[in-house]
Design a protein around this ligand. Structure first.
Ligand code: 13P
Ligand code: SF4
Length: 309
């Protein structure tokens, strides 16, 4: 098959997907790390929480979430009246799976009276045991808003350590990590900086502390998309999953973006192909249902966060 044939095939599939989505009254969401052809087929692209909030506000009957499982769960928690589908249910998040509700309960028993702040990159069952959620963009603001001197943060150790540097509170953290971000080393970054000395380095807070120390800016994926706005610098080294380079280039065509390390690829984020999205719209398979007894407390933790920032 030639490149042209492939392009025509993708175009045909896009049209088919758009027609079916309309017929099904479905809204298609894609996380910023999804493959370019999935981002192009989506109604909305963004970070996980931003997408779930926007989806809850649409009058669509069906939400198709192209991302990983916890993201579709969050959409279901915030849109209990809608059907939420994930094209590839096996697209999980290893970091979210590094903590179980049982293990969190045990840790909470060891820290009586200490509130739990849970990163949105977590399962619904873990969110349900949580006082308040946070995102990579608002973790310090959420922690600082709490009327407590000590806080337990789960499941990302790197986000917790970054937050600890921006609060006077004592942070107890869970030793989870994102394998895609945690693999980026200071050596990778120094190499990229030496190759592009004019470029600014943006890093995601899921990266290790020694990597964040080298960053000109530490941002969530949405924060990185905005960072070049109005800046004189035209080169940026991107310390996050390489999928973000696609929307960065689209939004800032006059800038050049370099991956901090080209192996920063989340295999789960790349599991969704156009064929899966099309099949999902055809069959309506892949429903994500969070039972009300989990969804209710998890929604409260998310809404407490939304009331803070
Ligand atoms: P954000 O898009 O919220 O920054 O999350 C990054 C991430 O790792 C999602 O899986
Ligand atoms: Fe999970 Fe990391 Fe992949 Fe995001 S990039 S889904 S945190 S493993």
């Amino acid at each position: 098959m030639t490149v042209d044939d492939k392009g025509r095939d993708a175009e045909k599939m896009h049209r088919h997907i758009r027609d079916l989505a309309k017929k099904r009254k479905a809204v298609i969401l894609a996380h910023n790390y999804q493959a370019p052809e999935i981002q192009d087929a989506a109604d909305l692209c963004g970070d996980s929480l931003e997408l779930s909030r926007k989806a809850a506000q649409t009058d669509a009957e069906i939400i198709v979430f192209c991302g990983v499982y916890f993201m579709a769960e969050t959409a279901s928690i915030l849109s209990q009246d809608k059907t939420v589908l994930i094209p590839v249910p096996a697209a999980g998040c290893p970091m979210a799976d590094m903590i179980t509700p049982e293990a969190l309960r045990l840790r909470q028993e060891e820290l009586p009276g200490v509130p739990t702040v849970t990163y949105v990159n977590s399962t619904a069952a873990v969110k349900a045991l949580t006082d308040v959620c946070c995102t990579s963009a608002n973790a310090a603001a959420v922690v600082n808003s709490l009327d407590a001197d000590e806080v337990l943060m789960v499941p990302d150790r790197n986000l917790a350590l970054y937050t600890a540097a921006h609060t006077k509170k004592k942070i107890h953290y869970w030793d989870g990590y994102c394998p895609t971000h945690d693999r980026l080393t200071a050596e990778h970054v120094k190499k990229a900086m030496a190759a592009h000395p004019e470029a600014l380095f943006m890093a995601h807070p899921e990266c290790r502390p020694e990597v964040l120390e080298l960053a000109h800016a530490v941002r969530s994926t949405s924060g990185m998309l905005k960072f070049p706005e109005g800046r004189a610098e035209k080169g940026y080294i991107v310390g996050t999953e390489t999928g973000l380079l696609y929307p960065l280039k689209k939004l800032h065509p006059n800038c050049t973006f370099y991956p901090a390390w080209d192996k920063m690829v989340c295999p789960n984020m790349k599991k969704t192909r156009l064929e899966d999205l099309l099949r999902c719209l055809e069959t309506l398979d892949g429903e994500v249902c969070v039972p009300p007894e989990t969804a209710e407390p998890a929604r409260r933790a998310l809404e407490r966060m939304l009331a803070i920032v």
